[in-house]
Write a protein that binds this ligand. Structure first.
Ligand SMILES: O=P(O)(O)OC[C@@H](O)[C@@H](O)c1c[nH]c2ccccc12
Length: 264
């Protein structure tokens, strides 16, 4: 079977090599230092949880390899971001990968400047250069996909993110990846219900892995969440933070869509 994750990461390494010719690392570092200070992603989730709410990470995603075009019309990152914030999102996630998700770095910049909540740069991080780039764009958090990284690169990218004041969401989708994720520093661990190699989605990933996370970890259920009942099942397993893209993106009123999923 075609391994889409490996293909995406190969393309990403080529893209990063090209970007390095356009913006040198010292240029980016200067931009990162001048960027608007990072907002705490983890604190934003904790605040919602302590208030008895779900911690929603609401995603701005136009298209994906598994679903094609998800939101063909009415795709304005700043307006979507503001609507998500009004709906009660704790944080945002913005796809910046161009070839597979029709994302854009500019979408992250536009979304973040329209809100006061923290924003995750959703991309495939394979090189420390991209971490500096994320902060230079204003990102408050990065995603590290364990299926795409070895332990030493994951640790290096995490250290770099922390150095720049960003939080890190570590993504796993099986037991072996969870064990590796628990050796890293970040308490924020997401279980992806979608296998990025095969695109198969199953809530079972969250239901089986979250109960194994030690105290002190903040579990995020990711992908394929389509109903309040899905959220309740994840919550029963110990996850009360949720990364949701498609379900919200398919609604014309995303503010109301988030409100409909919130509890209490
Ligand atoms: O649109 P969904 O099924 O609600 O999923 C959101 C998010 O979890 C998904 O976009 C995602 C999770 N991990 C990723 C890694 C790369 C790209 C995308 C993702």
């Amino acid at each position: 079977m075609r391994d889409i994750l490996a293909e995406i990461c190969d393309k990403k390494r080529e893209h990063v090599a090209d970007m390095k010719k356009v913006f040198s690392l010292p240029d980016l570092e200067a931009k990162a230092k001048a960027a608007s200070p990072a907002r705490s992603f983890i604190s934003a989730l904790k605040t919602k949880i302590s208030a008895g709410h779900y911690g929603f990470i609401c995603e701005i995603k136009k298209a994906s390899p598994s679903k094609g075009l998800i939101r063909p019309q009415d795709f304005e990152p700043a307006a979507l971001a503001a609507a998500y914030e009004r709906g009660g999102a704790a944080c945002l996630s913005v796809l910046t990968d161009i070839p597979y998700f029709q994302g854009n770095d500019g979408y992250l910049v536009e979304a973040r400047s329209a809100v006061s909540i923290p924003v995750l740069r959703k991309d495939f991080m394979v090189d420390p250069y991209q971490v500096v780039e994320a902060r230079a764009l204003g990102a408050d958090c990065i995603l590290l996909i364990m299926a795409a990284l070895d332990d030493s690169l994951a640790a290096e990218l995490e250290d770099s993110a922390h150095h720049y004041g960003m939080d890190v969401l570590i993504e796993v989708h099986n037991q072996e990846e969870l064990n590796r994720a628990l050796k890293l520093k970040s308490p924020l661990v997401g279980v992806n219900n979608r296998n990025l190699k095969t695109m198969h989605v199953s809530l079972e990933n969250t239901l089986s892995l979250v109960p194994q996370m030690p105290e002190g970890k903040i579990a995020v259920a990711e992908s394929g969440l389509a109903s309040v009942s899905d959220l309740e099942q994840c919550e029963a397993a110990g996850a009360n933070c949720f990364l949701i893209g498609e379900t919200f993106m398919r609604q014309s009123d995303v503010e109301q869509a988030v409100k409909n999923f919130q509890k209490g």
